[in-house]
Write a protein that binds this ligand. Structure first.
Ligand SMILES: [Zn+2]
Length: 278
């Protein structure tokens, strides 16, 4: 019998501020998961400092079979910055993250529409700036053989709605640009079923996380919130999803405790059904 976790990656929120990358990656490997999602966030992993990249590379080197995805920078990086100098600087940060992803052998890099400054601000200029950045990242991804993903955002932010995300990704080839469906963000928007229906086959990455519906973006372990996981799994399988499944939950204690709870959740929700035929 296959291990229930063997189809799932663990996102960095599970070990951020808890243990070193070295220890985290070894522990996740030993618990039988498929791999990890590396998060480009300066206080956690600064992808622009060579020593930090070397450290992460060494940590990942303990697990050569790991499947790796990268979460591109968003806290420090705004790809929709409309000021020309700022635009260039932000784009460069994202391009640097893609170079690091290539070094790590990553399968996908996920981006957000806007992550810093006034996150809710979104106008024609932001839209144009974002499309220009994303086109450069898509070209880079094609050159290095790593597709980029655009993630759905929280309520009130651009790409919270299916048609907003759809209008951006439709500008690109599905070979270069896919979608990351974040289940928790969509649940807060009340449109998880809509995202699944529209993007299951274009989703290269899933961020699996739960919430109670009214307490914000909780990043709970699946099954601890209000998402109907059985419906989600049925829909995403029927829609032809073939990407990577990242459990993106906040730590609930030690890393081992968090991983044990994730394992239990995969068995108890219908998520384990995603191991078959995917
Ligand atoms: Zn996410």
């Amino acid at each position: 019998m296959t291990h229930p976790c063997s189809g799932f990656l663990v996102g960095a929120l599970a070990w951020k501020n808890v243990v070193t990358h070295q220890e985290a990656i070894r522990t996740i490997r030993d618990e039988g998961f498929r791999g990890v999602e590396v998060l480009c966030n300066k206080e956690h992993f600064d992808w622009e400092i060579p020593d930090r990249v070397n450290d992460m590379e060494r940590a990942l080197g303990q697990w050569p079979e790991a499947v790796i995805t990268v979460h591109g920078p968003f806290r420090e990086c705004d790809l929709s910055c409309s000021d020309p100098d700022g635009w260039q600087k932000n784009l460069q940060m994202a391009l640097n993250a893609m170079d690091v992803a290539k070094r790590f052998g990553a399968r996908a890099v996920t981006f957000h529409v806007r992550g810093s400054g006034s996150a809710r601000e979104w106008n024609d200029e932001n839209h144009k700036a974002f499309l220009r950045s994303f086109a450069r990242l898509a070209d880079k991804g094609r050159d290095i053989g790593i597709p980029i993903m655009l993630e759905n955002m929280l309520p009130g932010r651009f790409t919270a709605r299916e048609e907003e995300l759809g209008a951006l990704v439709e500008e690109f080839s599905s070979n270069d640009v896919g979608v990351c469906i974040d289940t928790g963000h969509a649940q807060l928007n009340g449109n998880l079923a809509g995202f699944v229906e529209q993007f299951a086959s274009r989703a290269g990455v899933l961020h699996l996380q739960d919430n109670s519906g009214g307490n914000g973006d909780e990043h709970l372990i699946p099954g601890k919130g209000s998402i109907l996981w059985s419906d989600f799994v049925t829909g995403i399988k029927a829609g032809g999803f073939r990407g990577e499944k990242v459990v993106e939950v906040r730590s609930i204690g030690t890393l081992s405790e968090t991983l044990a709870a994730i394992q239990q959740s995969i068995v108890e929700t219908d998520l384990h059904r995603m191991n078959n035929g995917l």
